[in-house]
Ligand binder design. Structure first.
Ligand code: ZN
Ligand code: ZN
Ligand code: FE
Length: 731
């Protein structure tokens, strides 16, 4: 445009100085926003004009070295799937990157996973180990080139390369031959570990024999495994695609998209046994594209042992996956920050996030008011942390279950990374009320003892997290349908109707309390909780003979479980109720992964003529959802209708009752807006039923947008509640 000046990366963002005639400067500012490159995301532009300096001084325009220090306001980009231009080059025999498995450019490739620190320049990434060759160097400094200042750029000559290792770590093949060797081994039905962007996948054919072997070696009998398919056409032979699931599958974030299975599927039933849907993703690295060219469908599941974090380091992979895989297809570009694939499920127009990771992190949640700097430590089972700065809430990727030692290490490393990357110095900390969640201790280890600590009630945090996503903090009704979280009365809450805002809340209603015998054990064996519900609904004398009919081989344990129930903590959990109904209907009385019973209950539901009955009991100001009539109905009538209809009737009955309670609270309070959070909202059938009922009755349901409704969102809610607590003046 004939303008002079300079541009540089600074910790506060991009700083551009422009000299030239007024009109050109104006149109520059316009084009800056309107022609922002594909991965560019301009949060705001602030303009400082200095006429003395700018007038009549068109000159050279230069790109200056990045500036260090100060408080960093920049946003680190997430990892992005290989772009169309790179794919074309990779398939072009005349291109110097023909079939190069690490091709990338300014518009695509690894980012968050390879960045060690700021400013985001090559020496601060794991690409530091690969000095650019002459050709790459020329492109990197050429304004007109697509790889101008592309930090991870590389080619065959200077960049990372592949190796194929056997289970003992011996190098078998390298380069293109390694790829061919891996493909041949997979085609023979062997199991491979393949290094991707955020960690290793375990890959095999989607056929019975390799899957059976993989499941037994991984000791994972039922948990659904994700598939990677060559293209949309291939996806369509396995699942049914809606317009919105197509968009999600194809997006540069490339999540795993969970879609309904086709009845005549080309893949083994062992991919997702007992489920009516399958999680599928498209290739997102050049290496994936090259592999899928040869084998159009592969099982690609996160490489980890029994729910530990994903394996990302070459040595770690050899040590921990040796017993699972036959070969390793790996490379020498290190993954600095491990991260799992994101998982999303289309539900009407609005997808439900099931796991937030690669492609989304570290994009912040933006709200409209400034917050003090707070570290929010999150929850335990689906742990994340969040840190506030200005109007942004930076939330970590899904980190996993903190009861696992390895997850605690991962949590700590990721927290240290965020703190140093963004230059955070949080003096305030928000944590769950639960005294034994380990995240608060890990956080203290990293940031030291904070000036102030705020304990936040779990379901209040759920509510505030959903409010933050909608940037709407006025008082609302919180319909929090969750697993479990500690309540203000020290009981275990989980099916909660709250009224409040980020400052405070009251409990307006909840599910009827029931004893949760054996704590975590009853999570893995839902029949135990179900026995308690039967005893409550029928009385012990009638419950035991009924239970014997349901679970004859557990008879010997009934007395012990009943005795444990006398001492068991009480819970109002909604998630456990779904599990128990699954156990009563004979769908799943013991599970091999968290959420299995409820997910299979949802999967099997079909038809909706019947409605399971529930009661609403009014105790002073409290509305109690009484599930006993539903338990009686299921045990006596529902079971005779068959699992499909009984499950559908349970979903419908509960949805009606939940929305009725919300309506009654709305009548009492005048509030129309309902905030839906908690892990149960991952259930698409239940979620769409309740949303429709609320809307029909003039309510305004708000669901999570880019965060998961499960405990991954807790840290965001804690952060918001902390911000309002420490800075209430702006309420
Ligand atoms: Zn590209
Ligand atoms: Zn090169
Ligand atoms: Fe929760």
């Amino acid at each position: 445009m004939g303008l002079g000046g300079s541009v540089r990366n600074t910790p506060e963002g991009v700083k551009i100085e422009i000299y030239g005639p007024g009109g050109s400067v104006d149109s520059f500012l316009e084009l800056l926003v309107s022609q922002c490159p594909p991965l560019g995301h301009i949060q705001s532009v602030s303009i400082v004009s200095d006429h003395e300096k700018t007038e009549g001084k068109p000159g050279p325009f230069s790109i200056l070295e990045s500036e260090d220090g100060g408080e960093s306001l920049v946003v680190i980009p997430p990892d992005i799937a290989t772009c169309g231009d790179c794919l074309r080059e990779m398939k072009d025999p005349g291109n110097r990157r023909f079939r190069y498995p690490f091709i990338n450019c300014t518009n695509c490739g690894p980012r968050f996973t390879i960045i060690r620190g700021l400013p985001y320049d090559r020496p601060m990434t794991t690409m530091e180990a690969f000095p650019m060759c002459g050709d790459c160097h020329r492109e990197y400094f050429d304004h007109g080139d697509r790889r101008f200042h592309a930090q991870p750029t590389a080619c065959e000559v200077c960049g990372p390369s592949l190796s194929l290792l056997d289970a003992s770590g011996k190098v078998l093949l390298s380069g293109e031959e390694a790829l061919d060797g891996c493909v041949a081994s997979l085609a023979r039905g062997e199991i491979a570990a393949v290094k991707g962007l955020g960690g290793f996948h375990v890959a095999c054919l989607a056929d019975d024999a390799p899957l059976a072997r993989l499941r037994s070696r991984k000791r994972r009998p039922h948990k659904p495994l994700a598939l990677m398919v060559k293209d949309m056409k291939m996806a369509e032979r396995i699942i049914r695609l809606s317009p919105s699931s197509r968009l999600m599958l194809n997006s540069p974030r490339r999540p795993i998209v969970v879609c309904p299975k086709r009845t005549e599927s080309i893949v083994s039933e062992l991919v997702a046994p007992g489920h009516d849907s399958i999680g599928i993703m498209l290739p997102y690295t050049p290496l994936h594209h090259l592999m899928l060219e040869k084998i159009p469908v592969l099982v690609m599941t996160s490489a980890n042992m029994s729910d530990a974090p994903i394996v990302s380091d070459n040595k770690e992979a050899l040590d921990s996956l040796g017993g699972i895989v036959d070969i390793f297809l790996t490379h020498n570009r290190d993954i600095f920050m491990k991260i799992d694939d994101s998982v999303i499920a289309p539900a009407g127009k609005r997808p439900i996030m099931l796991r937030r990771g690669r492609g989304f992190v570290p994009h912040p949640v933006m709200i409209k008011r400034k917050m003090p700097q707070i570290l929010a430590a999150g929850a335990e089972m689906k742990s994340t942390f969040a840190i506030t700065r200005d109007k942004m809430i930076f939330v970590s990727q899904y980190l996993g279950d903190l009861k696992q030692m390895d997850t605690a290490v991962y949590y700590e490393k990721t927290l240290r990374h965020f703190i140093s990357l963004f230059g955070f110095r949080p003096g305030l900390m928000a944590i769950d009320m639960h005294p034994s969640y380990p995240c608060a201790d890990i956080a203290r280890k990293v940031i030291g003892e904070p000036e102030e600590v705020l304990e936040v009630q779990h379901h209040h945090a759920h509510m505030a997290a959903c409010m933050a996503e909608h940037n709407s903090f006025d008082p609302a009704i919180g319909i929090i349908m969750d697993g479990t979280g500690l309540g203000t009365d020290r009981k275990t809450w989980g099916g909660e109707f709250l009224v409040g805002d980020p400052i405070s809340f009251v409990r307006a209603g909840h599910f009827r309390e029931a004893p949760l015998p054996g704590g975590d054990r009853s999570v893995m064996e839902p029949w135990r909780f179900a026995l308690g519900l039967l005893a409550d609904a029928f009385g012990k004398e009638k419950a035991f003979p009924l239970a014997e009919g349901f679970w004859p081989n557990r008879r010997d344990l009934f007395d012990a479980v009943a005795a444990a129930m006398e001492l068991a903590p009480l819970t109002t959990s909604c998630g456990r109720l779904f599990d128990a109904v699954s156990a009563l209907l004979g769908i799943r009385d013991a599970v091999s992964y968290d959420g299995q019973a409820a997910m299979e209950l949802e999967s099997i539901a079909m038809g909706a003529k019947e409605t399971a009955p529930f009661d609403i009991i009014r105790e002073d100001d409290m509305l109690l959802l009484d599930w006993r009539p539903a338990i009686r109905w299921i045990a006596e009538e529902g079971i005779l209708l068959g699992q499909q209809k009984a499950s559908a009737a349970f979903h419908l009955g509960l949805a009606k009752t939940v929305s009725d309670i919300a309506m009654e609270i709305s009548d009492r309070t005048g509030l129309k807006r309902a905030v839906l959070s908690g892990g149960v909202w991952q259930n698409r059938r239940f979620s769409s039923l309740v949303k429709a009922l609320l809307k029909r009755n003039g309510m305004e349901p708000m669901v999570h947008l880019s965060l998961s409704p499960n405990d991954e969102c807790i840290s965001v809610g804690q952060a918001v509640i902390g911000a309002w607590h420490w800075d209430p003046g702006k309420k």
